[in-house]
Design a protein around this ligand. Structure first.
Ligand SMILES: *Cc1c(COP(=O)(O)O)cnc(C)c1O
Length: 220
């Protein structure tokens, strides 16, 4: 099946209020353009260099999401155009994002990444650390940052009960954080679910899924 057919099939299988981020990492421009021409405008990349290169080459009305781990020294390259940063995992990073947002006169939309997987390799905050960021006075000074929600990645496993447990945990954390009244944050987006587990994620309350291989095919 073609990219546009895959996308159409995917969208038909998810509720309308779930945002699909088409993860185009490692994929060539012509595949992205096929999705774009079929009407899709939201794409995600996990490397700053690729994100910048694709932003420069491709249509300017694409909404680019940074979904990978972001190093502080690279924030400046994406600050002029990125529409959502999914992987914020420290206050230090948030401060740098604020600094670059201020330079660009743009409020930078961010998600806090929560570590929910059992694997050590996945980046992220634990819920307590995230809560500390939301309730610490520091956030109030970061007027060029807006925390819009949470992001998480489940353990890479075929054990669906395990995946469900992790997504349920993130979902309940999200609901709890909605009750925290803090400036520069408004919990609206719950970004969880990839090609292998987006159905479980949506059942657990996800409203943004990041799907790559089901749209563009397996990566090499
Ligand atoms: C690659 C990637 C995805 C998409 O993975 P697929 O399994 O290809 O759908 C989603 N989120 C993040 C953070 C990724 O790095």
């Amino acid at each position: 099946m073609s990219v546009s057919q895959n996308l159409e099939k995917l969208k038909a299988s998810v509720p309308e209020d779930v945002v699909v981020v088409a993860v185009s990492k490692t994929k060539p421009d012509d595949m992205i353009m096929e999705a774009y021409d079929s009407g899709h405008k939201i794409f995600g990349e996990n490397k700053v260099q690729d994100l910048v290169a694709k932003y420069e080459r491709l249509p300017k009305d694409i909404e680019w999401h940074m979904i990978g781990h972001l190093q502080r020294n690279k924030v400046k390259y994406i600050a002029p155009f990125v529409s959502l940063i999914h992987g914020v995992d420290s206050l230090k990073l948030l401060k740098e994002i604020n600094k670059q947002g201020k330079k660009e006169k743009r409020v930078m939309n961010c998600l806090l990444q929560i570590k929910i997987a059992k694997e050590d390799s996945k980046f992220g905050l634990d819920a307590k650390e995230a809560e500390n960021i939301l309730t610490s006075g520091s956030l109030e000074d970061l007027n060029f940052v807006k925390i819009c929600g949470l992001m998480g990645m489940a353990t890479f496993t075929s054990d669906e009960d395990q995946i469900k447990k992790e997504f349920d945990y993130l979902s309940s954390t999200f609901r709890n954080f909605k009750l925290i009244d803090s400036s520069n944050s408004e919990m609206k987006i719950l970004s969880m679910g990839m090609s292998g587990d987006y159905k479980i994620a949506i059942d657990c309350g996800s409203n943004m899924i990041r799907v790559g291989s089901s749209i563009f095919g397996e990566r090499n």
